[in-house]
Design a protein around this ligand. Structure first.
Ligand SMILES: *Cc1c(COP(=O)(O)O)cnc(C)c1O
Length: 350
């Protein structure tokens, strides 16, 4: 049975006619624009924000296509990856009928978004070393399973997921396989975008929030077949990426080579944290990280988390999460921040 996009969609989606925004009908940049009820006199804030932004973010996609080695029509941009996740639920999953498969411990937004959309969740835990169980995953698939979310490098564990296992899911599952690569810039693995030509059922998510340092702008990327991207564009809010965000992302893309230095700095600081944390008596295990955070198993994790909050050092408590018992997740900070964290931890008296 081959992948059938039409069959995977919620039936009403194929019948939707796109909202034709004022800016859809004329794509030239020059002209007298009296079509969108904008304010022609200017903005009440510094800068020029009185015109609606490009609904399809063409300038960004042209640059991004080069950076990522994909075609412009294989790129969707969302108001954070969060928007892409929500759109996928609404595109493919019938509320109260369809289900998705999640692989805990993993990113929390998939479950939240499914819950909001009344989509059932089937959970297939990762192995204790946070790898997929392809056999168990395929066993959980039923006729109403629409999406499998795989996060690699995985949050909160930080490891990369074995490529062969992801291939096995892609080869066998006829629904959509989402590979969330929010941390791919910190990994030595090539992106699964290199596999888009081979798998019509693959969608790769990345974000500007992590290595690119643009979390506040809210912009996430999805890469997939032209057909899937067309549908996401069809149902997204027309102006989902603000003009200010588009400007700043273009600036970042012009600066793309600088990301290397950020990644190197992150690795230096991550190694520093690992070396120092390893020596603390209450630390049981530091999980190998291919991301900009570290998962650490400690005696009395919750207590340590609360102690650090008292010192106004905020980390992430994952100690109640399945397969992360007694684990805390620490984002890699600057040297000053990391030293403050280590100083506090060294003073901690269990
Ligand atoms: C941080 C993160 C994202 C990014 O979300 P944005 O909405 O783009 O900021 C996506 N997936 C995972 C697993 C993350 O950890």
């Amino acid at each position: 049975m081959a992948f059938d996009l039409e069959k995977l969609l919620r039936p009403h989606i194929s019948k939707i006619k796109p909202y034709s925004s004022a800016r859809d009908e004329y794509s030239g940049k020059a002209g007298i624009f009296l079509d969108a009820n904008e304010n022609p006199f200017g903005s009440m804030a510094e800068g020029k924000f009185n015109r609606y932004p490009d609904p399809y973010q063409f300038d960004i996609k042209q640059k991004l296509a080069v950076v990522k080695g994909v075609a412009t029509n294989q790129i969707f941009l969302g108001n954070g990856s969060d928007e892409a996740i929500d759109l996928l639920m609404r595109t493919f999953c019938r509320p109260g009928i369809d289900n998705i498969i999640l692989l805990p411990p993993t990113y929390g937004m998939y479950e939240v978004s499914a819950g909001i959309n009344d989509i059932a969740i089937q959970k297939v835990n990762l192995t204790p070393d946070y790898q997929l169980r392809p056999g168990a995953i395929m066993e959980a698939v039923n006729e109403n399973t629409k999406i499998i979310f795989i996060c690699s490098p995985n949050n909160p564990s930080g490891n990369k997921v074995k490529r062969a296992d992801i291939h096995q899911i892609l080869d066998n599952f006829q629904g959509l396989v989402v590979v969330d690569e929010a941390y791919i810039d910190f990994s030595d693995e090539p992106s699964f975008t290199t596999e888009l030509a081979n798998y019509p059922n693959l969608l790769v998510m990345q974000t500007f929030s992590k290595a690119w340092g643009l979390a506040s702008l809210r912009i996430g990327m999805a890469f997939a077949s032209e057909e899937i991207i067309k549908i996401l564009n069809l149902i997204k809010p027309p102006y989902n990426i603000s003009g200010l965000t588009q400007e700043k992302v273009l600036e970042a893309l012009d600066n793309a080579p600088a990301i290397k230095k950020v990644i190197e700095d992150t690795f230096v600081e991550r190694a520093f944290l690992e070396k120092e944390i390893e020596q603390l008596s209450f630390v049981q295990k530091i999980y190998p990280s291919h991301a900009n955070f570290i998962l650490i198993k400690m005696d009395g994790a919750r207590k340590i988390y609360e102690y650090l909050i008292e010192q106004t050092i905020i980390i992430r408590d994952r100690s109640k999460v399945i397969l992360c018992e007694d684990c805390l997740r620490i984002s890699v900070g600057t040297r000053t921040e990391n030293e403050a964290l280590l100083k506090a931890l060294k003073l901690y008296n269990p």
